[in-house]
Write a protein that binds this ligand. Sequence first.
Ligand code: GRF
Length: 233
Amino acid sequence: MRSRIAVLASGGGSNLQALLDYFDELGERRGGDVVVVASDRPDAGALERAARRDVPAIVLASERRPAGVALDAVVTEYDVDLIVLAGYLRLIPSRVVARHAGRIVNIHPALLPAFGGKGMYGQRVHRAVLEAGVTITGVTAHFVDEVYDRGRIIAQWPVPVFANDDAGTLASRVLRVEHLVYPRVVDAVAGGRTTVDNCGTSSSGFADTRPSFTLLPHEDSRLAENIELALGC
Ligand code: GRF
């Protein structure tokens, strides 16, 4: 059975779009359906993208907007079994994390645990990467727990930092890789192929910090081809 997915997004929603397009490409083989999109910001591009696809688009309640719908209510009403964060800037309340343990995923535009945590979002991440002078950054898809960017890592992919990069050029190179990696990760989790228990747990039963579902170039030639193209810009 396919997972019923809620996508939460605060911004433009290009990762949401990449997911919808990938599910279209997979057709009947897709592991889930996006049944609702919700945002803390009424002007989020993600809500427009959802509406364009006839997916219900909902504005969430916040301190500033108490009239919005509570996240719990959305999850219950749409019978959601997987929550996908795609550029969602608010912390997920711990009661929601507890209720959906192992069923919430996020994408972060750097190689966690580096350049993550509270306040590390958007261009701030890329500026910090440039300031640190590292030559490789990347993307990380991970399960979500009650601490920002700390949950178990599902997949990572490296992206080079070039000498003439600014935060904008780096962000767009990383984002193109996010669009390749995240839909595949979401599909794997939605379809039950990757779970918080089989991801990073060794056969001895001891937790192993290495993920079992890391997408490396030599393991998925099609993705590697696309990554080559994405990096060639
Ligand atoms: C992405 O870089 C994502 O990694 C980060 O926020 C950005 C969202 O972009 N968490 P979009 O709204 O999906 O275009």
